[in-house]
Every structure is written in structure tokens, then in C-alpha cells.
Design a binder for this molecule. Structure first.
Ligand SMILES: CC1=C(/C=C/C(C)=C/C=C/C(C)=C/C=O)C(C)(C)CCC1
Length: 290
């Protein structure tokens, strides 16, 4: 079965599940899935760098040091200039989500297709934030001390819709033939419904796991090992385990820090996600260019 059909069926099932569980279960499922599959899909960046740089004589330790410094630098920017850091994080994330959605559906990677990636990411985050305004505003306020008004969310969503429509149209000759326009629209309506019914964290988790992390894991295993089977999956898990463990330990430390601060855990959770995500987005950018 094509992955996108599986993801579609799974999303409909999760929509049904959302109607049946309460917010506590949503939060438990969200944290567990983000901490396992979500963090795992970003835990193999060093192997991916080795793959991207194969043939190069540069020592991999150099990349590891650079990677760790980038994580620390992101943390520092979040502390010193939180608004700038948040805007950069959301912009990178929009590109990254859009890239995962479209890169295999387009024939060529051009400036127009890259703007489509950003546009689609804006549309997805626009729907997520628009339908969960209060919770989003609270997290953003705790991170940056900035209070966003309803108009900002409307404008962000409209920007996503317009840019996706315009750049989807401008890329029309660049799409592979099998791209189904109506399936894409149906998906967006499904996301809108899901994001409206689910809590912010659960809605984010469903998109992040089903539509981003799982297809990204599949692409990464294919790039690194040529094919997907139990042997290559185990190989991938083995080489990711140590980085995954370091990330989870980092998050446990963040949890204990949050106990002493007057912040919600979810706020620090997103800040933590940002710190480990920005270097990952850069690695995936170069992997997809290959
Ligand atoms: C959902 C959400 C936010 C953004 C989260 C983002 C942008 C996550 C990106 C994750 C990525 C790109 C992971 C990559 O593998 C904000 C703005 C903190 C506000 C609160 C809710």
C-alpha cells in the first residue's frame, strides 16, 4: 500500500479516536508519540551527515562538534532574543514540513518549489494555530512575552492559503503526473477538522508523527541503506539510539528545570523541540538536495 493512503486512513482513525478520548489521554499519547517516533526521526543526523559527505576527508567529529554547538547556539538565541528565535524556528519548520510533503511529488527542486514548501508549511501551522488560538497564544506569550491577536492568526492562515494556491499553480508543470489535486484538498479539510477537535499538542503530534516523522524515517532509511526491511530498520534504530537517549535525558532535565519556573511544561517542551530541530532541518535540507 502507498504510504500516503496508509497515513490518510490512520488520520481518519485518529480523528475518530480524538472524539472518544479526553484531554489527559490526548496529552499522554502526544508526549509518548513525539518522544518516541518524533524524536527518533531526528536522531540519525550524524549518519546522514556521513552519507551526505561520503568521500569527503573532513573528520565527522568536526560535524558532531558543529552540530552540538548549533543546538547550544539555538538555546542561547531563545534566551536572549526569544521573538527572533521563534520566528526563525517557525520559518524553518514551515520549510521543513512543506519539503517533506512535496519533495517526492515534484520533478525538479527550484526556487518556486521551495517557496511552495514554505507556503504549505505556513498553511499547516496556520490551521493548527488558528484552531487552537488560546493555547498557542499562551505558549508564545510565555516564550516571548508577546501577545498575539486573533487577526495575526487569521492573516497567517490566509497567507498560507494564498501562497499555497499561487505557488501550487506556478509549479503545475513541475508536479509528477500522479499527484492528485482533490486528495490534497481533502487532506487539508481533514487536517482543519482534526486541528479544531483536538487539543493543540495532540493535533501537532498527529501531524508531526503521521505526516512528517514516519515518511521522513522511511526516506532516511532508504537513503542510508537502499531499502526498508527488518534488517535496515534495526540498523537505523541501533545507530540512532544514543542520540535519542541524549535528547530524552535532555528533556528530563528540562522537565526538572520547569518545576522551579513559573512556566507550563509545554512551553519548555516546544523550546526544547526548537533547539534540537534547527540543526536537523539543516541536515535534511542537504539530504533532500542530494
Ligand atoms: C505547535 C506550536 C508551536 C510551533 C512548533 C513548531 C514550529 C514545531 C516544529 C517542529 C519540527 C519542524 C520538527 C522537525 O522535525 C509554537 C510556535 C512553539 C507555539 C505553540 C504550538
Amino acid at each position: 500500500m502507498k504510504y500516503s493512503i496508509f497515513a490518510l486512513v490512520l488520520t481518519v482513525f485518529l480523528l475518530w479516536l480524538t472524539l472518544r478520548i479526553n484531554e489527559t489521554f490526548e496529552a499522554i499519547f502526544a508526549y509518548v508519540s513525539i518522544l518516541t517516533v518524533g524524536i527518533f526521526h531526528g536522531s540519525n543526523d550524524i549518519s546522514l551527515i556521513r552519507y551526505i559527505k561520503r568521500g569527503s576527508t573532513t573528520n565527522i567529529i568536526k560535524y558532531l562538534v558543529f552540530y552540538v554547538l548549533l543546538v547550544l547556539f539555538t538555546c542561547l538565541i531563545f534566551i536572549k532574543f526569544p521573538l527572533v528565535a521563534l520566528i526563525v524556528f517557525v520559518a524553518f519548520s514551515c520549510y521543513h514540513f512543506g519539503e517533506q510533503h512535496f519533495h517526492a511529488q515534484l520533478l525538479l527542486q527550484t526556487i518556486k518549489s521551495q517557496i511552495l514548501y514554505v507556503a504549505y508549511g505556513i498553511l499547516i501551522f496556520g490551521l493548527l494555530f488558528y484552531f487552537n488560538q488560546d493555547d498557542t497564544s499562551q505558549v508564545i506569550y510565555e516564550l516571548t512575552q508577546v501577545n498575539l491577536s486573533e487577526v495575526t492568526y487569521q492573516a497567517f492562515l490566509i497567507l498560507g492559503i494564498v501562497l499555497t494556491a499561487v505557488f501550487g499553480f506556478l509549479n503545475r508543470k513541475n508536479f509528477k503526473v500522479e499527484v492528485e489535486f482533490f486528495k490534497e484538498i481533502f487532506l487539508l479539510v481533514l487536517f482543519a477538522l482534526l486541528f479544531k477537535l483536538a487539543s493543540l499538542l495532540w493535533a501537532f503530534a498527529i501531524y508531526f508523527i503521521v505526516w512528517h516523522s514516519m515518511p521522513s524515517l522511511r526516506d532516511q532509511i532508504e537513503s542510508l541503506h537502499g531499502q526498508i526491511n527488518s534488517r535496515t530498520i534495526i540498523k537505523y534504530i541501533k545507530s540512532s539510539l544514543i542520540y535519542w537517549l541524549i535528547s530524552v535525558i535532555g528533556l528530563v532535565i528540562v522537565y526538572y528545570i520547569s518545576q522551579g519556573l513559573e512556566l507550563q511544561f509545554i512551553t519548555l517542551f516546544f523550546a526544547f523541540l526548537a533547539a534540537i530541530t534547527i540543526p536537523h532541518v539543516i541536515v535534511m535540507f542537504f539530504l533532500n538536495k542530494k
